[in-house]
Design a protein around this ligand. Structure first.
Ligand SMILES: [Zn+2]
Length: 339
């Protein structure tokens, strides 16, 4: 995708994108080293879209914004697009700092609460049982045991959430921002479209360079989340090519319809690789990691790679292209997918 010639927000500064939309960028302690957040100017005050990850850097960032441009009006709402740590982590503290109410979709709230309400040992037991079903080798299952604190390290507290639903529109000072709620990369992500100004904030579902991670849902590892995401992408292929897209990571672009086609092709290729190999021998999720990535991963990357492999196998299964059986291998119950 071609990057639109718009300057990136400098540290603690916002870039004005339209008469009522501002763009900020927060650092992240990961390989993906930043998140984009957006602020909509409304007659009731500022609406903040996403809070960033929990941490001192994020706190400094918000303090600086709240004493600068954002001090000119009250903060009307904080909207959290989805439950991933880089979007939700600082929400509770930002609500305390601003006195604003936090909003999220019902599906994302349930997902966040499911992970947050588990103790460290409950979470690691769940991960170990999932990794075991995935047929991962014992040393990788152990990585799951030690990965139990990742969510709470970056999300130490959840705010009191209010429900944000499809009927809720944000009325900017000069235009309306219509809400979408989609499932795929997460379970009910909020995004905003401004038809009049041809602007779209798809958060993590449509990125210019990265294929958003599509992972099996740890609450129900059989669920066809890739099917949901492919439906979303199909819908995006009808997007007006002129709509300017401001994503949750990376830089702004146009031709979102073509990007959606790229991503559909990418997932279809992955499905084809798994299907042709399942015709030769039954595949575990672990086999799928080898086939899709051709390498093994450490803890949190392993979580995403395994989840991605399972999501693709689930989709083949939903399409009745493969069957699933559980076998017992040396006491380990393993799901296998075969033709
Ligand atoms: Zn995300």
């Amino acid at each position: 995708m071609k990057r639109l010639p718009i300057e990136l927000p400098q540290q603690n500064k916002l870039v004005k994108l339209s008469s009522d939309l501002y763009w900020g960028r927060l650092p992240l302690p990961f390989r993906l080293n930043h998140i984009n957040l957006f602020i909509i100017d409304t007659k009731d005050g500022w609406v903040i879209v996403d809070a960033g990850i929990y941490g001192e850097e994020t706190k400094k960032y918000w303090k600086s914004l709240l004493s600068g441009l954002l001090s000119t009006k009250p903060i009307d709402k904080i909207i959290i697009t989805h439950h991933h740590v880089d979007h939700i982590g600082f929400a509770a503290e930002l609500a305390d700092m601003t006195g604003a109410k936090c909003y999220i979709s019902r599906a994302e709230m349930k997902h966040a609460q499911f992970i947050f309400n588990m103790s460290f040992s409950e979470f690691s037991d769940l991960l170990v049982s999932i990794y075991s079903k995935y047929g991962l080798p014992l040393e990788e299952i152990e990585l799951g045991r030690n990965d139990s604190s990742r969510y709470k390290r970056y999300v130490p507290e959840l705010p009191d959430f209010n429900n944000f639903s499809l009927e809720d529109t944000i009325q900017g000072t000069s235009s309306d921002w219509r809400c979408r709620i989609d499932s795929g990369h997460s379970s009910g992500q909020i995004s905003f479209i401004n038809e009049r100004d041809k602007l779209f904030l798809p958060t993590d579902f449509l990125l210019p360079r990265i294929s958003p991670n599509i992972s099996a849902d740890i609450r129900d590892i059989d669920k066809d989340v890739l099917g949901d995401y492919l439906e979303y992408l199909e819908d995006m292929t009808t997007l007006d090519p002129e709509i300017r897209i401001y994503p949750g990571h990376d830089w702004p672009f146009k031709n979102g319809n073509l990007r959606a086609l790229d991503l559909i092709r990418h997932h279809n290729q992955r499905l084809e690789i798994l299907l042709s190999n399942a015709q030769k021998k039954p595949l575990s999720v672990s086999d799928g990691i080898d086939l899709l990535f051709n390498k093994r991963f450490e803890s949190h990357e392993l979580f995403f790679a395994a989840g991605e492999s399972r999501a693709h196998l689930n989709h083949l299964s939903k399409q009745n292209k493969v069957k699933k059986d559980t076998i017992n291998r040396n006491g380990q119950e393993i799901d296998l997918f075969y033709v």
